[in-house]
Write a protein that binds this ligand. Structure first.
Ligand code: F3S
Length: 427
């Protein structure tokens, strides 16, 4: 890999041991990928906290959070002192919501280490957005901006919807990028890799958020990690719909980039979306495929008694919480059920101001932040059957937690929370 003078100096240790280790990691990683060089980034979204029980043990030992960063972000058994980050960096979701530890069955010790981790991250200059959707709360990359982001649902969003450039990075590479402002130049940093490879012709009206989730799930399953170009979309999607589309496509496949000609920034036309490529394969998404996808997403569920409704995957926007409150106001969560809604910390604060937290709480639900059920493995005790409005969450939650899960619209899910029964269906 070719290094600039500045990169070589960091690699040689002239800027301290932590940056040397970060450069060593990036060079090894870049070489493994076949990258010829690094690229400058000014925007990193990653994870540096002690998010698992194994890491928490490190956090309490002599090296503290520096030991966690050294081992899990820099691949170094030697504990080095970690300096402040060099570029704008955001923390992604974590393992718990410290404000709802009791509901999540989390002990005081875990909360203490969580708060220690937050203070450590803030001390390094990492923004505590603590969400899988940083673009909803202040980290909004510009078109063409080279980024180093983890979290598949966020990477596909900033690539396809914002026109920023990132691969789905890992904890190690984002930690190293925070310290150096560098990331290997490969994959979706390179324009020719962003061109469409597969054609998806939509032949059924796609309107609701759950429609977009199902379309995304179908697309990911068909194209895996390639670049789909979706045509046949009528009404313009919005942020929420594209967020659910991308999260689903990145779950059933490994999609990190897509185009919707006329709507996404690098696709003013179908021709521009393909950039001279001939589609490798063409798929139609019609009523039959919509039905099959719906049935597929509901394959784990048979019991209609729902004891848990989980909303907010990816973390809900303020618009989604406003919609939920319209459905929920004046109603009560069924005595046999639970309602947990996840949102970024900053959005929760707006909800507190707007009275949405009160509406949800008065109904018997909880508005939580910082984590989610699948990632944090946090659910009410004894849950057997969940209901969700996210194709991504229904892809993971039953497998991770060993439960049944229904997928449907947000209205179906609120109805399930209030009645304790699943009455949803494809309408
Ligand atoms: Fe976010 Fe959890 Fe979904 S971290 S994207 S809410 S699986």
């Amino acid at each position: 890999m070719r290094l600039t003078d500045h990169e070589q100096a960091m690699y040689d240790g002239e800027h301290g041991i932590a940056k040397q280790k970060a450069m060593d990691l990036l060079v090894r990683y870049g070489n493994a990928l076949g990258a010829e060089r690094l690229v400058d980034t000014r925007n990193v979204a990653g994870t540096i906290g002690a998010t698992t029980p194994f890491m928490r043990k490190y956090a309490d030992e002599a090296g503290g959070l520096d030991a966690v960063f050294s081992e899990f972000n820099l691949d170094s058994r030697e504990v080095v002192r970690i300096p402040k980050v060099s570029v704008y960096s955001s923390h992604l979701q974590q393992g718990i919501d410290p404000e709802h530890a009791a509901e999540q069955g989390v002990g005081e010790d875990v909360v203490r280490i969580f708060r220690k981790g937050d203070a450590y991250s803030a001390g390094l200059g990492v923004q505590l957005l603590n969400t899988c959707a940083p673009y909803q709360v202040g980290n909004l990359p510009a078109r063409g901006e080279h980024c180093a982001w983890m979290e598949s649902s966020a990477v596909i969003y900033i690539n396809a919807v914002l026109g920023a450039k990132s691969n789905a990075e890992g904890r190690e590479s984002t930690g190293a990028a925070m310290l150096t402002g560098k990331i290997p130049y490969w994959g979706y940093h390179i324009d020719e890799n962003r061109r469409g490879t597969h054609a998806i012709d939509v032949d059924v009206p796609i309107e609701s958020m759950s429609d977009w989730g199902m379309l995304g799930y179908f697309v990911g399953d068909r194209v895996q990690d390639r670049v789909p170009v979706i045509t046949g979309i009528g009404r313009a999607p919005n942020m929420v719909r594209l967020k659910h589309f991308g999260a689903a496509a990145a779950s059933s496949g490994g999609v990190e980039m897509y185009h919707i000609p006329g709507y996404t920034p690098e696709a003013p036309s179908v021709e521009a979306a393909f950039g001279g490529n001939r589609p490798i394969e063409r798929f139609v998404f019609g009523r039959k495929e919509l039905r099959e996808t719906y049935d597929n997403l509901n394959a784990t569920a048979s019991d209609v008694d729902v004891d848990f409704v989980m909303l907010g995957c990816p973390h809900y926007s303020i618009e989604q919480i406003w919609e939920v409150c319209q459905l929920l106001e004046g109603r009560k969560v069924h005595v046999n059920s639970n309602l947990w809604i996840f949102t970024p910390r900053a959005t929760k604060q707006i909800c507190d101001q707007n009275g949405y937290t009160r509406i949800i709480t008065e109904a018997g639900g909880f508005l939580m932040s910082d984590t989610c059920s699948a990632l944090g493995r946090v659910m009410p005790k004894g849950v057997k059957v969940a209901a969700v409005d996210s194709a991504k969450q229904v892809h993971y939650l039953p497998a991770i937690m060993g439960i049944q899960a229904w997928f449907g619209s947000t209205a179906d899910c609120i109805d399930a929370a209030v009645t304790g029964r699943w009455n949803g269906g494809l309408r």
